[in-house]
Design a protein around this ligand. Structure first.
Ligand SMILES: Nc1nc2c(ncn2[C@@H]2O[C@H](COP(=O)(O)OP(=O)(O)OP(=O)(O)O)[C@@H](O)[C@H]2O)c(=O)[nH]1
Ligand SMILES: [Mg+2]
Length: 478
């Protein structure tokens, strides 16, 4: 039986050529990097991967040890034998390692110097400094994970909200990959049905009823559409929904911004025109990320600096995923609010919530109503009244499709959306070709195209530049 990285690569490859290409893409050097973040810390980890990882360990005067057994030792410079640090070292033997290659993991002291000196000693012993994402790139090329799992590794590192963290962890466990593989299997099944059709074209009712093929195609379009429907929400998990707090000067915008953050971040005064710059903060509500932006109050005839702030506020509002328009509860809304709402509609911003602020100062219903369509929430930054309701409304408006469905594989990247849309377009083109009466072999090419697109998504066949793009976004050491 075949064993090792080569056999895993072979299982993933569809042809001899593909196997050779994937083998070719791995360079034979041994790479090293500090895998932990710089700065003052108790410990740091320096990792090595490649054919000479264990030889380099010996050159660093680390004692021999079985794989996965940690050894406490003094790491010494390979040439001078000078002590570099007191470390704990673990060897891994490929293919049973993260990258699929031989590896060495050194836990040394943290801080500015120790990890750097360990890395320099490793390089003096024959390693070269790794590029960003190079460890995971090797893991991918050795068949340890597929491309979507590799992306999930970055997502996990960069996750800033519990929901993103959950989605990334689920994907690292192949949640989304399995769903894409199922779709790919179905496309291959459909290709099989079509092959029958091509072999027996003249039979009245061939071995495969036409309805069965049509059903399979419709099912695929339906499933691809369902994944794409949730994709916009999945994408928002990455950076948070851009939520712009806007309104006339003194409406209480900064106070609400601070109340949502739970800290006094923006300056609040009784003077209109206090906020002039846009201030951003990422907040997680119920685990889901929102990027709140406090902006300058909108008004005519403002001074020069304030005017610039107002321009910025408009710019932000027009790009927003959601706008919170603040109007004091006791003030009748006027033309400023009407104009602003019109601008938002023109910019395609459909999600607006009207906050009737300072509602502690008014008893009963707020004065007038601001918009026919936007929900109105009375709030007070002073008493906290209305804030829980506001949080619920925001979550419902932005994340209703994916909230609470932890087991739903989520599409979170532009690359995924692009591939799924292309696959759906191919299957739709197939349906049209069938309706148009085109021969099965011609129509079938669209199904082959769709299959290839999903294979791109999984990284079954991948060009260097796709890999560069995916792994270029990694940090060094991962
Ligand atoms: N009673 C009461 N006063 C509030 C409330 N929110 C804000 N205020 C007061 O309203 C004034 C303006 O508040 P800000 O939060 O600075 O208003 P703003 O919209 O950011 O103002 P600009 O940045 O100048 O556009 C301050 O004096 C606040 O103390 C509230 O909920 N209740
Ligand atoms: Mg303000």
């Amino acid at each position: 039986m075949l064993e090792g990285a080569a056999s895993e690569r072979w299982q993933h490859a569809r042809s001899v050529d593909e196997y050779l290409v994937s083998a070719d893409m791995i360079d034979q050097s041994t790479i090293a990097a500090i895998s932990t973040a710089p700065g003052r810390a108790a410990l740091a980890v320096v990792r090595l991967s490649g054919p000479e990882a264990h030889l380099i360990a010996s050159r660093l005067h680390l004692p021999d040890a079985d794989p996965r057994v940690s050894r406490h030792a003094t790491l010494r410079h390979p040439k001078t034998r000078e002590a570099v640090d007191d470390v704990v070292a673990v060897r891994f033997a490929g293919p049973a390692s993260y990258t699929g290659e031989d590896m060495l993991e050194v836990s040394c002291h943290g801080g500015a110097l120790a990890p750097q000196l360990v890395l320099e000693a490793a390089c003096a012993a024959g390693a070269r400094v790794a590029n960003p994402g190079e460890f995971t790139r090797r893991a991918f090329l050795n068949g340890k994970l597929d491309l979507m799992q590799a992306e999930a590794v970055v997502d996990l590192i960069e996750a800033r909200s519990p929901a993103m963290h959950t989605a990334a962890l689920f994907q690292l466990d192949r949640g989304l990959s399995l769903r894409i593989e199922e779709l790919r299997e179905e496309l291959l099944g459909l290709q099989g049905l079509l092959a029958y059709d091509i072999d027996f074209p003249d039979e009245d009712e061939g071995p495969v009823p036409a309805a069965r093929i049509e059903e399979a195609a419709a099912g695929l379009v339906h499933r691809l559409s369902r994944m794409l429907d949730l994709a916009p929400e999945g994408e928002l998990l990455r950076d948070g929904a851009l939520t712009v707090i806007a309104g006339r000067p003194n409406a209480g915008k900064s106070s609400i911004f601070n109340a949502l953050l739970g800290i006094e971040r923006a300056i609040v005064t009784e003077e209109p025109g206090t906020t002039r710059d846009a201030i951003e903060a990422l907040v997680s509500l119920g685990g889901y990320p929102f990027r709140f932006v406090d902006t300058a109050g909108l008004r005519e005839n403002a001074g020069r600096i304030e005017e610039l702030g107002i321009e910025m506020a408009r710019g932000y509002a027009q790009r927003a995923d959601l706008v919170l328009l603040c109007v004091e509860a006791d003030r009748m809304p006027g033309p400023d609010e009407d104009n602003f709402l019109r601008e938002l509609t023109a910019a395609g911003v459909s999600r607006v919530v009207v906050l009737r602020t300072k509602s502690d100062e008014r008893r009963g219903r707020p004065a007038g109503s601001v918009s026919d369509s936007a929900p109105e929430v009375p709030v007070s930054a002073v008493t906290g009244q209305g804030l829980p309701e506001l949080r619920t409304v925001l979550l419902e408006l932005v994340y209703s499709g994916i909230r609470g469905k932890q087991e739903t594989p989520l599409v979170t990247r532009a690359r995924h959306i692009d591939c799924l849309e292309r696959a759906r377009a191919d299957v739709t083109a197939f349906q049209e070709a069938r309706t148009g009466g085109l021969p099965a072999e011609i129509a079938g090419t669209h199904i082959q195209d769709a299959t290839h697109v999903l294979e791109d998504l999984l990284g079954v066949v991948t060009s260097e530049d796709v890999l560069d793009r995916v792994f270029g976004s990694f940090c060094v050491g991962k």
